[in-house]
Design a protein around this ligand. Structure first.
Ligand SMILES: [Zn+2]
Length: 242
């Protein structure tokens, strides 16, 4: 095997069944498209090592926190990679959202969460809330991609996922191509708290795929702050467009 050392630092050699499975049903790197070795998951080792990572430490403010400044309940925020629409790494988000490979979100979130856990990012957090999408969008797509990201964090931390406390009631017109001011205006009245008792008094980790201006996340946090007593919020996104 070329890469018996996994990205999480564990030595993991693929078994015979895995090798046979990969031979019959090959997987491909979600960034460069190269066929994966049985020892690789979702990304080839060179794309994994070349990821445009966002540095995180508890002392300095990072780009994600900067976009969420002004949210009173915010405790901390982090993203895993920098997002650039012209980079091949944007393929990860296409696979996650549109090409029906949400497992890449679970795997990447688990990998990132294991590192953030070492740095104390999840200290005091009680539960995970995936960014909701509308009922119709979920029907059309077949899944909420943020739930898959939340699953990866749960695997790394053991934190429970709460899906039924907040829902998305409106779909704004597409954010892509809009200016910053238009995006902020566009993100009003998108969410509704359906069961405040599920989150009252808790430190909630809100999970999203990518943060571009922070408008949608701020809209969700505003609604939660207004309707849920004694709430604290942290945020994790796979990518940040800074
Ligand atoms: Zn690759």
């Amino acid at each position: 095997m070329k890469n018996p050392v996994c990205r999480d630092g564990q030595i993991r050699r693929p078994g015979l069944v895995r090798i046979l499975f990969e031979f019959l049903f090959p997987h491909y790197c979600k960034v460069c498209g190269r066929r994966l070795d049985p020892s690789e998951e979702e990304l080839c080792i060179s794309c994994f090592l070349g990821m445009p990572r966002v540095e995180y430490d508890m002392k300095s403010i990072n780009p994600t926190e900067r976009m969420l400044l002004g949210q009173h309940s915010l405790v901390r925020a982090a993203s895993l990679i920098h997002y650039d629409k012209d980079s091949t790494y944007s393929n990860i988000l296409f696979h996650l959202k549109y090409w029906r490979h949400p497992s890449v979100g679970t795997w990447l979130a688990r990998t990132g969460a294991m590192e953030l856990k070492e740095k104390g990012f999840f200290e005091g957090v009680d539960c995970i809330v995936p960014m909701p999408i509308t009922f119709w969008k979920e029907m059309k797509r077949g899944y909420n991609q943020c739930t898959y990201i939340a699953k990866g964090i749960r695997q790394a931390t053991g934190l429970p996922i709460i899906n039924n406390a907040v829902k998305r009631v409106n779909e704004h017109s597409k954010q892509a191509g809009l200016g910053k001011y238009q995006r902020w205006n566009n993100a009003q009245d998108l969410f509704q708290v359906t069961d405040p008792s599920l989150l009252a008094g808790k430190h909630v980790l809100v999970v999203d795929d990518v943060i571009t201006t922070g408008a949608t996340l701020c809209s969700l946090i505003d609604v939660m702050e207004a309707n849920i007593p004694n709430l604290r919020v942290s945020v994790f996104t796979l990518a940040v467009a800074d």
